[in-house]
Each structure stands twice: as structure tokens, then as C-alpha cells.
Design a protein around this ligand. Sequence first.
Ligand code: FPP
Length: 244
Amino acid sequence: MTDNSVSLERIPQHVGIIMDGNGRWALARGQPRLAGHRAGVENLRRTITATVEFGIKYLTIYAFSTENWGRPPEEIRGLMFLLDEVLEKELDELHRQGVQLRHIGRLEGLAPHTQEMVREAIRMTRNNTRLVLNVAFNYGGRAEIVHAIRRMIADGVRPENVTEELVNQYLYTAGQPDPDLIIRTAGEIRVSNFLLWQAAYAEYYAANVYWPDFDKNEYRRALEHFASRERRFGLTSAQVQVQG
Ligand code: FPP
């Protein structure tokens, strides 16, 4: 089902979300940080459903960055546990909704059983076409570019053959369109190493609510903001209007 209740002229093909503010959401309620992450997972489920309803085809969520390893050990354990739990409990429902699950980042570094569950989830959902969901877990934009360069060198790519198109093919998101819109919650306006290469021409939108409170109305507001923006890709406004 596509959500037609919003007349959005332009729906982005690919949305990226930096889910920020779980800790502050919990703190504001006198709860431990992990309760905020749990509420974050609940909201993720609602957001995926809304993404399908809006007719968006690609969603990339920033769940655990390469920098997050610096957090207190019990918080890291909690986030790993939540990932396992999501894979165990939510996979069937995601599959039923037609979601194709992908992972971006380094699987190495996660527990072997988690790696296996992620691989199995990717295998199981690989033919789904409703929504491609990239879960950025143990992800960093710079690490991704370094990894791509290393692989190009290992493949013997000659310097004169290195093009933007070729780099694209070596990124975790190979074959996917670039994100059109990056949403960050909790009012922060920072890129935080998320999709550095791919977001070259993305619109950024800062939502002034913590991630667990980012509901469908907030999502719609972000999409309306996107629809009202003129994307120029380096051209002048007049040129873009001529191109229609
Ligand atoms: C940012 O809030 C959120 C994270 C670092 C983790 C996001 C994770 C989830 C929503 C749950 C895990 C997801 C999966 C797929 C298992 P913060 O802790 O930085 O909040 P703060 O800035 O208020 O402290």
C-alpha cells in the first residue's frame, strides 16, 4: 500500500536515517540508556512500515558506527543483544512485508553467531523487492572508502581506470541509487561519518525529536521538506528549471 494521504510531489528513492537521541529519551524518563535503544528498535519497526507505505524503495539506517565501540561495554553488549533479538524476532515479519535486508559495514568484529544470522537474513530476503533495507552496523564512511581503495588495489585496478562509477561499485551500496535525503533526529546537524561518498548531493534534514519519538507525522514533515527543495547538482537554478 502506498500512502496517498500526503500529496508529496517528489518522494525520495533512497532515505538515510541517523537515529539519534535514544540515550536522552531514556534519561528524560529516568530510565537506563538501553531502554532508549529498546524504544528505538520499536520505532524502527514502525518506521520501516511507514517507509513501505510512503513508497520509498531504499532505506539505510545507522545502527552502530565504528566509533560506537568506544561506548561503555555494557551498552555495547546491549546493542549487540538487540541486533540478535531483532534478527530472531523480526525477520519473518520483515520478509512478509517484502523487505530485502542488506548489511553495510564490517561483519567481522561481530560475534560469529550474529554474523551467521545476518548472512542468513540476507540470503532469506534476497529476492524481496518492496524495500531494500541497509542496516549500517559496525559502519563508518571513511572505513568504507578505505576498504574500497584496498579492494581496488588488490584487484589490480590501474590508476587511469579509477572513476567515480568504479568507486561506486566497490562501496557497500554498489548497485543502489545514492541517498536523496538524510534525516537526523534529536536536532543534531552533523554527518557523523555516515554515507560520506554516497550523500554528496543528498538533502539533509534535522528533526527536533529524539529517535523513539520520530513518528509518521515527523517522517511526513521530513518528506515535505524534501519535496519543497530544489536540487541543483551544482547547476544554477535557471538551468535546473529549463531541464524541468
Ligand atoms: C543514537 O542514540 C543511537 C544509537 C547509537 C544506536 C541506534 C540503535 C538502535 C535504534 C537500536 C539498535 C538497532 C538495531 C538494528 C539492532 P544515542 O545513544 O547516541 O543517544 P544520545 O545522543 O541521546 O545519547
